[in-house]
Design a binder for this molecule. Structure first.
Ligand code: GTP
Ligand code: MG
Ligand code: NA
Length: 457
């Protein structure tokens, strides 16, 4: 294939935005699937991954006459939920990607999770493009199935064009209010400083060729170094799932390197590093969603970048958001176990040296990291004394109780996206330890701040 000489891996692209803006539907439109139709309540509740081979992208963009410029082997797209409860998954997705698509509903403009997603992207300095979706909902829109957007726009009436221009102007203003310059991509002369907007329809496919081409061209133009394939395995655990017939499996994103069936691997676990052997390396078919149960392809080996389901023994306590390591014959297993342990500890050790602060607990390593990052920002500035991953148990309450003597307001647990056991709740009430739980990072701050303000009065 034409991509062989370049030795680039596929860019990883995360699709983010407010609930129901059409993220999953956009991917369905490219895949020719109906994943969205099978979702409970039409809401995405898991992180997903789909691989789009270069030949499919070439086919889909050929009307734009740009096939000579495709150098990457494909595109790995991570789908995330837009519902406000899934901040942790948006955080995990955005932490993994090379580039993102921020989806905005042209009829609604910027919404709360658009802004939340934007903040995640800014925090990590991630490049992104904006898909201004649902253009087919403009009154009087003439369908031009799968057409490049400028071709589709030429077919529209004056009224449609006017409404479109008005909406674009409003949305550009809203982005400006968030401190961002944006512009329709075909008018954008300063990509990199001004973010590009691609109008799309996930239902009739207008603008999809433009969106795909823009993603591929932009990553190829600005990220060659980052996208140059490297042998060193770089792999992150997305989800830990029990699958009938396979036991506990992990869904991973392989960012670099190769995985083989039979590889000895190390992943971080709640009870220390897990050393196990890859029993099966599974992927969905190309253009199919990893998170949807379907037929899997068994592989002897897989090269990055790819979304992969791994079956192996002992994965029950694996930590989502953590790294996966491969042990090669000459490698020192103890050294790698230490690295896996350090991953967890580097996060776990971000506690206040003064020994004064709140306790923080989260569902995954990635979400814990995001939460700690957030608590550290100057506007928030809440010191943290102890952290943990997983449900809040009695022992966590006892730990938080230590603060009762030192600084009473810090005898608090901020629990992000985790359960609090009834026993823990009962003990906390008895001791006077406060537990605030939320599934949105910002709500924890609001609760804690209200509590502090209350104390001060
Ligand atoms: P979450 O994952 O739950 O955040 O939602 P999402 O952003 O993935 O949106 P989803 O794909 O579930 O689409 C939400 C609704 O909008 C569905 O009813 C879609 O059929 C509809 N929809 C999505 N894209 C378009 C579009 O381009 N045009 C029109 N008319 N409807 C769309
Ligand atoms: Mg969705
Ligand atoms: Na939805």
């Amino acid at each position: 294939s034409p991509s062989d000489g370049n030795n680039l891996r596929s860019p990883i692209c995360c699709i983010m935005g407010h609930v129901d803006t059409g993220k999953t539907k956009l991917l369905d439109c490219i895949r020719g699937t109906n994943v969205q139709g099978g979702e409970a309540g039409g809401i995405t509740q898991q992180i997903g991954a789909t691989y789009f081979p270069a030949e499919n992208i070439r086919e889909r963009t050929k009307e734009l006459k740009a096939d000579a410029t495709l150098k990457v082997p494909g595109l790995l797209v991570i789908d995330t939920p837009g519902h406000e409860s899934f901040n942790n998954l948006r955080s995990r997705g955005s932490g993994l990607c090379d580039i993102a698509i921020l989806v905005v509903d042209i009829m609604h403009g910027l919404e709360p999770q658009t802004i939340e997603s934007l903040n995640l992207l800014k925090m990590r300095n991630t490049e992104f493009i904006i898909a201004l979706n649902k253009v087919d909902r403009l009154y009087g829109w003439k369908t031009c199935r799968n057409a490049p957007i400028r071709k589709a726009m030429m077919k529209q009436s004056k009224d449609v064009k006017n409404e479109f221009n008005m909406k674009v102007t409003q949305i550009v203003t809203q982005f400006k209010e968030q401190g961002l310059n944006t512009e329709l991509y075909y008018k954008n002369k300063e990509m990199g400083e001004t973010f590009s907007i691609v109008p799309t329809s996930a239902i009739s496919g207008e603008g999809i060729p433009d969106m795909l081409l823009l993603l591929v061209q932009w990553t190829q133009r600005t990220m060659i170094e980052k996208l140059t394939y490297s042998e060193e395995v770089q792999c992150t655990v997305l989800e830990v799932k029990v699958i009938e017939g396979h036991g506990t499996t992990i869904d991973v994103v392989l960012v670099n390197g190769v995985l083989h069936e039979g590889d000895q691997i190390v992943v971080s676990g709640m009870q220390g590093p897990i050393v196990t052997t890859i029993r099966a390396l599974l992927t969905p078919h190309p253009m199919k969603e990893l998170r949807v149960k379907g037929s899997y392809i068994h592989h002897k080996e897989i090269k990055a970048a790819m979304g992969i389901k791994i079956t192996a023994q002992g994965l029950e306590h694996a930590i989502a958001g953590a790294s996966l390591y491969v042990v090669k014959p000459d490698d020192d297993l103890e050294y790698i176990k230490k690295a896996a342990l350090e991953d967890v500890e580097s996060v776990l050790s971000r506690v206040d040296r003064s020994g004064e602060g709140v306790c923080v607990q989260a569902s995954t390593l990635g979400s814990l990291e995001a939460l700690l990052e957030f608590l550290k920002t100057p506007e928030v500035n809440i010191p943290v004394n102890a952290i943990n991953i997983g449900p809040v148990h009695k022992k966590d309450v006892i730990k938080a109780g230590v603060m009762l003597e030192k600084k009473r307001e810090y005898s608090t647990i901020l629990a992000f996206d985790v359960k609090v056991t009834p026993e823990a709740r009962e003990l906390a009430d008895k001791l006077g330890v406060k537990i605030f739980s939320a599934d949105i990072i910002y709500h924890l701050f609001d609760q804690f701040k209200a509590y502090m303000d209350n104390i001060k009065e």
